[in-house]
Write a protein that binds this ligand. Structure first.
Ligand SMILES: Cc1cc2nc3c(=O)[nH]c(=O)nc-3n(C[C@H](O)[C@H](O)[C@H](O)COP(=O)(O)O)c2cc1C
Length: 262
């Protein structure tokens, strides 16, 4: 065919475009498992970072993270019954994906939906850190809507299942330099030692409204502000209040505390 022919130009351009799209599609499909494995690894690194098993998770190699992660006891909690569910493998069960599965998820009543999720999975994977069968920490997933993005993280509890040992977020897309300050170690450290519930079992975290003893209450239940990022910090406080409220982990934590689930 003549090189000057418009038909030849159309054929060459179309064929090149088609071949390029095939290459891109095949590469994207082939890289998907690798990308998923990388995401899992980053999530597991976040879990290990608040497990109390190491204080330098960010510097550990992937292999070291996997080794420490395997020391944790992964269990699936049924949030409706407040008991462990043994039917699924916690190694492969996907809490976040199940939130979109009508058979495995439940609608959140609008009044209780502080995390702005609409639905959540009925079953949730938690991690127990144990030393000779004694609970050292419990790591629970938390997530909810921030200002611009869904914030995904974990909160670690001390063995009293009330004192916060640590908090971390492994996925978020808040504004760099503003909302993403929730990733700063200093802010995360300000959560350590704070309590979720008062002595009557009432969820108090984040709510410091009584002026009479506001300072004393803030020291125990208050969440530190981040100047200029009030919306993201408010969202974190609200999602923690959802997950540790009556529609979240509260029934399970009560049952675990009194020993009726093990
Ligand atoms: C472009 C832009 C991005 C912003 N991103 C965030 C954010 O990610 N998180 C946040 O809490 N506030 C963000 N803000 C600020 C909020 O609009 C709001 O002013 C702030 O949360 C109030 O905090 P303050 O009461 O400490 O001033 C952003 C503002 C602008 C203009």
């Amino acid at each position: 065919m003549n090189n000057e022919s418009p038909l030849k130009a159309v054929i060459v351009v179309t064929t090149t475009a088609f071949l390029c799209s095939v290459v891109v599609t095949v590469a994207a499909v082939m890289l998907q498992p690798m990308q998923r494995a990388y995401e899992d690894l980053e999530r597991n690194r976040a879990v290990v970072a608040i497990s109390g098993l190491t204080d330098r998770a960010a510097e550990l190699s992937d292999r070291e993270i996997v080794t420490l992660f395997q020391e944790l006891e992964a269990r699936i909690v049924d949030l409706e019954s407040g008991a462990f569910d043994e039917r699924y493998n916690p190694g492969t069960f996907d809490t976040w994906k199940s939130a979109g599965d009508p058979a495995l998820s439940t609608a959140i009543p609008a009044k209780q939906d502080l995390a702005k999720l609409n639905r959540r999975s009925r079953l949730v994977t938690v991690y127990l850190v144990k030393d000779a069968n004694n609970l050292k920490r419990m790591l629970l997933p938390i997530y909810g809507q921030g200002m611009w993005s869904t914030l995904y993280g974990f909160l670690a509890l001390e063995p009293d299942l009330n004192t916060i040992a640590d908090i971390t977020f492994f996925e978020q897309a808040e504004t760099a330099g503003i909302g993403d300050k929730i990733l700063k170690p200093a802010w995360q450290a300000s959560w350590r030692g704070k309590k979720l519930y008062d002595e009557n079992g009432k969820l108090r975290l984040g709510l410091v409204s009584e002026p009479a003893d506001a300072t004393a209450l803030a020291a125990v239940y208050g969440v530190d502000a981040i100047s200029g990022a009030t919306i993201t910090v408010g969202a974190v406080t609200n999602l923690v209040r959802y997950w540790f409220g009556p529609h979240g982990f509260e029934p399970f934590l009560e049952a675990y505390r009194v020993g009726s689930v093990q």
